[in-house]
Design a protein around this ligand. Structure first.
Ligand SMILES: O=C(O)CCC(=O)C(=O)O
Length: 275
């Protein structure tokens, strides 16, 4: 199914900071993934918070997600932009159920992730339709080429970001465009692009799986964290490598994920007044 990006698409990505839509999964495949997602999300086990597992590196506890993160269907595209050797530094479901007040404030990821240089992008894979009507992602084309804008932490209840971080100055919302996707399509966006999304005011869930890819040359500026080798080889060793889980959500994979998150959260919450 994967057709390699053309030079025009690669140039467009470098100019605009995003590329969308790209088909990466068949309808059957994405339906089966959505069923697995919902089975876990709706399991109502009082011993754990399924939502928080799905929000941070769930590919370390679910083999099917690990396989998606490392799948050529996605990395064939990403490698055309970041080069042949790729790590997945993170993964997160961004889910807004029908009539969900959850939103994502305007922000630039580069301000928070402590990754240099900025050979870093997100592949946002739609598990459901993602449209303007149900709060699809919005981006400001070309903003990745601009400066780092000033942000503040809000920790607002309905904000889906770790710190509820939002841009406080220098934003021109009129320039924003919607990245509408069908299930099984993905968008790519640059780590410095200004982006966000509105609440879901519709009857249709909006569920996306965001995978953070970096070139193996990228460094974690403060501290050493871990990442998943998604493609090629790692000659730099800037990150400890994360193993593929053997069984879904077993004790061993939960332990590995917890350890990886402790290290990553030290970076993500660096300088924050709460966690
Ligand atoms: O899913 C959204 O609406 C926003 C996702 C996002 O901020 C990201 O993937 O970096």
């Amino acid at each position: 199914m994967t057709s390699v990006l053309s030079q025009i698409e690669i140039d467009n990505y470098h100019r605009d900071g995003f590329l969308s839509p790209l088909r990466v999964l068949s309808s059957n495949k994405v339906e089966s993934y959505l069923r697995k997602y919902r089975t876990f999300y709706l399991c109502h086990n009082p011993n754990f918070d399924a939502k928080s597992v799905l929000r941070s590196k769930p590919h370390l506890v679910f083999p099917w997600l690990y396989d998606l993160v490392t799948s050529p269907a996605i990395t064939d595209h990403v490698s055309k932009i970041l080069g042949p050797n790729l790590l997945a530094w993170g993964s997160s479901f961004f889910a807004k159920q029908a009539h969900d007040a959850g939103f994502v404030s305007w922000h630039q990821d580069a301000n928070y992730w402590g990754l240099e240089p900025h050979d870093v992008l997100t592949a946002w894979v739609a598990f459901s339709p993602s449209k303007a009507s149900n709060g699809c992602m919005r981006v400001i084309p070309g903003s990745q080429l601009g400066a780092a804008l000033e942000h503040q932490d809000t920790f607002s209840k309905d904000n889906l970001l770790t710190r509820g971080q939002e841009i406080i100055a220098g934003l021109d919302e009129n320039q924003a465009i919607d990245l509408e996707l069908e299930p099984g399509e993905m968008s790519l966006h640059h780590v410095n692009i200004v982006h966000g999304s509105e609440p879901n005011k519709s009857n249709i869930d909006r569920i996306g799986f965001a995978i953070r890819y970096i070139s193996t040359e990228v460094k974690q500026i403060a501290g050493k964290t871990s990442a998943t080798l998604a493609r090629g080889i790692d000659q730099f060793g800037n990150f400890d490598h994360e193993p593929r889980p053997t069984r879904s959500f077993d004790k061993e994979s939960q332990h590995i994920r917890n350890e990886a998150l402790k290290r990553q959260h030290d970076v993500l919450y660096s300088g924050a007044k709460q966690r």
